[in-house]
Design a protein. Structure first.
Length: 118
């Protein structure tokens, strides 16, 4: 009975590990890249992007008028990775008014080119 429970637990752990994607580590120290607690003036997504910017913005939790929160920024980065980006970086800059502009820089995964057959 005990062996059966151990085997079942092992299979469950193995199955749950198979569903994970190989996402690169999220920027280790976001506090050096963004100003925690500052008011967001604007959010931008930059990079060569084939996807709809509106789709990305609608999925981001950070937005104008709210304070920068490191846990929310981490969640936004994970969201962008879930869309299939290979690399996601974040930083902020002073805005035109008194807030900060949060910039997510994304890089799409390279699509292998198919050679034409003669």
């Amino acid at each position: 009975m005990k062996l059966t429970l151990v085997l079942i637990a092992g299979l469950l752990l193995l199955a749950s590990g198979c569903n994970r994607t190989n996402q690169p580590a999220i920027q280790a120290d976001l506090s050096t890249k963004v100003t925690d607690g500052a008011i967001i003036e604007a959010v931008e997504v930059r990079g060569h992007i084939a996807q709809s910017i509106d789709t990305m913005r609608n999925g981001l939790r950070s937005g104008p008028g709210v304070r920068i929160s490191l846990p929310v920024i981490r969640s936004d980065i994970q969201f962008l990775y879930s869309l299939g980006f290979e690399e996601v970086r974040v930083e902020d800059f002073p805005g035109v008014r008194m807030g900060r502009v949060v910039v997510f820089r994304v890089k799409e995964k390279a699509v292998p080119s198919q050679k034409a057959t003669p």
